[in-house]
Design a protein around this ligand. Structure first.
Ligand code: ADP
Length: 190
C-alpha cells in the first residue's frame, strides 16, 4: 500500500505527474482542485462556496476541504494506494489526513516535493491559462496570491512530513518525461 502526497506550488506539474504515477503504480488519484471544479460545474452548494475562494486564489476553508476529502477516502477502502494531489495544503489538513489514514492502518509513505521557482511558475500558469479556462490562471495578481498562500500556509506541510523523515524533494524543471523519471526513481525506492 503506497499512500503518497505529491506536493508543490501551484503550476508545479502535480496534476500532470499524478495522473502518470497513478497509472504506473496502480494508485487512486485524488485531486481536491479537480473535485472542487467538478462541484462548481455541477453548481452544488459546496461548489458555489468553494468558488468564492478559488477565484481569488485563496484556500477553501479547512472544514469544507477536509470533509470532502474524508468522504472520498472513506469510499476508497479497497484500492492499492492513493496519490494525493493538492492535499494537504495546511498543517490542519495534514493532521486530519494522518488521523484518517491511521484509522485505516495505511499511513503516508512519502511526500514528494516538485521544486520549481516562483518566476517559472508564473510563466507556466499564464501559459496554461490559454487553454485551461480556469479563472484563477488568467490574472497575474491572483497567481501571485496563490504563490504567497503556498509559501505562508502550505509550505509548513513539507516540514510536517520532513520531521517524520518522509519528505523527498526532486527538481520540477525539465521535460514531463524527465520529471516523471525522477519521480519514478523515488517511488521505486519506497
Ligand atoms: P494549483 O495546484 O494549480 O493551484 P489546484 O487544482 O490544486 O491547482 O487548486 C486550485 C484551487 O483550489 C486552489 O487555489 C484552492 O483555492 C482550491 N484548493 C484545492 N485544494 C485545496 C485544499 N487542499 N485546501 C484548500 N483549498 C484547496
Amino acid at each position: 500500500m503506497k499512500n503518497i502526497i505529491l506536493f508543490g506550488p501551484p503550476g508545479s506539474g502535480k496534476g500532470t505527474q499524478a495522473i502518470k504515477l497513478a497509472v504506473k503504480y496502480n494508485l487512486l488519484h485524488i485531486s481536491t482542485g479537480d473535485m472542487f471544479r467538478e462541484e462548481i460545474k455541477n453548481e452544488t452548494p459546496l461548489g458555489n462556496k468553494a468558488r468564492e475562494y478559488m477565484d481569488k486564489g485563496e484556500l477553501v476553508p479547512d472544514e469544507i476541504t477536509i470533509g470532502m476529502l474524508k468522504k472520498r477516502v472513506d469510499s476508497s477502502q479497497n484500492c492499492s494506494g492513493i496519490i494525493f494531489d493538492g492535499f494537504p495544503r495546511t498543517e490542519a489538513q495534514a493532521e486530519a489526513l494522518d488521523t484518517m489514514l491511521r484509522e485505516s492502518g495505511n499511513p503516508i509513505k512519502a511526500l514528494i516535493l516538485l521544486d520549481v521557482d516562483d518566476e517559472e511558475i508564473v510563466q507556466r500558469i499564464l501559459k496554461r491559462a490559454e487553454t485551461s479556462g480556469r479563472p484563477d490562471d488568467s490574472n497575474e495578481e491572483i497567481i501571485r496570491n496563490r504563490i504567497e498562500v503556498f509559501n505562508s500556509e502550505t509550505a509548513p506541510v513539507f516540514s510536517h512530513y520532513n520531521n517524520k523523515g518522509l519528505a523527498k524533494k526532486i527538481k520540477g524543471v525539465g521535460s514531463i518525461e524527465d520529471i516523471f523519471r525522477r519521480l519514478s526513481v523515488v517511488m521505486d525506492e519506497l
